[in-house]
Design a protein around this ligand. Structure first.
Ligand SMILES: N[C@@H](CCC[C@H](N)C(=O)O)C(=O)O
Length: 288
């Protein structure tokens, strides 16, 4: 048995076990099993997954994200804000604006600090959304440039799909009332539908006005979570594509765990602003 130092952090309730890979060593082959083990609420620490804060050759820090089923994703919005806070407060970076490498590319994070030099808010330039169906990926729409408000059906329930990738795939559905969204019943069915070869994060969105929306998510590999940063970005992009919101405008997204501000700029970049919090630190006793 060996021990691993960890920090449990959350962004609006979307919580992960963070491991500082500047100090720890874990065999690559053990990572999926370890993510499942630490995430287990009964025999582990309990979380939506595991995030590694790694050295990078091209940026001060690199993020790797594993869902609680052990699958690895290319991006995580709430994770990026927590990684930025961790990196700044643990002197992995000196500046308040720096790059983070992800499997989906590089993003820029800007931290806002309080009087004690602790990070209170993080803004991340999440880059351009990917809208081509083959690149998301979503099948059955190769004749289209974008999948916007397309009729689909899951378990005989008709829905209108807008598909967006923020490095990871999202299926966005607009509903009249967020309380009635079929999150529990259709979330797991949409996630693994054959239309999505890499599976998908499923999001239901109620638009309140051009700059406010309610949002609920069934995450690929983790199920229902309190928040999904990349999902909130995808929802804002989907709202603009459906003419329910506008570019270059702050959109407040109300997630189950709190609010994010998303802005899809005219130059194509999507900006996300929100909090990042430390829950606890400790040592995990790793049984191989
Ligand atoms: N919670 C995240 C996204 C985590 C990865 C996702 N479940 C996937 O598999 O794509 C976020 O805040 O973006």
């Amino acid at each position: 048995m060996d021990t691993l130092k960890f920090t449990k952090m959350h962004g609006l309730g979307n919580n992960y076990i963070y491991i500082n890979m500047f100090e720890e060593t874990i065999d690559e082959a053990d990572l999926p099993k370890l993510a499942m083990a630490v995430s287990n609420p009964y025999t582990g620490i309990g979380s939506d997954g595991m995030i590694l804060i790694c050295p990078s050759k091209l940026a001060p820090v690199k993020m790797r994200i594993f869902n609680n089923d052990g699958s690895e994703a290319k991006n995580c919005g709430n994770g990026l804000r927590c990684v930025a806070k961790f990196a700044y407060e643990n002197d992995l970076v000196k500046e308040t604006e720096f790059q983070i490498e992800t499997l989906g590319g590089f993003v820029t994070a800007k931290v806002t600090t309080d009087n004690n030099n602790k990070v209170s808010l993080v803004t991340v330039n999440m880059g351009n959304p990917i809208l081509q169906p083959q690149q998301i990926p979503v099948t059955g729409f190769n004749h289209l440039q974008q999948v916007v408000n397309e009729e689909v059906s899951f378990d005989d329930t008709p829905l209108k799909l807008t598909a967006v990738s923020m490095g990871n795939p999202h299926a966005v559905f607009f509903v009249d009332n967020i309380e009635d969204a079929p999150l529990h019943s259709l979330g797991p069915i949409i996630e693994k539908d054959s239309m999505f070869p890499d599976w998908v994060n499923a999001e239901f969105v109620e638009v309140v006005s051009k700059n406010e929306m309610h949002f609920r998510v069934w995450e690929r590999g983790s199920g229902i979570t309190q928040a999904c940063g990349t999902g909130a970005c995808a929802a804002a992009v989907a709202a603009v594509l459906n003419e329910k919101a506008e570019r270059n405008t702050d959109i407040t997204v109300h997630l189950a765990g709190g609010d994010l501000i998303i802005n899809w700029k005219d130059n194509g970049d999507v900006w996300m602003t929100g909090p990042a919090e430390i829950i606890c630190t400790g040592e995990y006793h790793n049984k191989r």
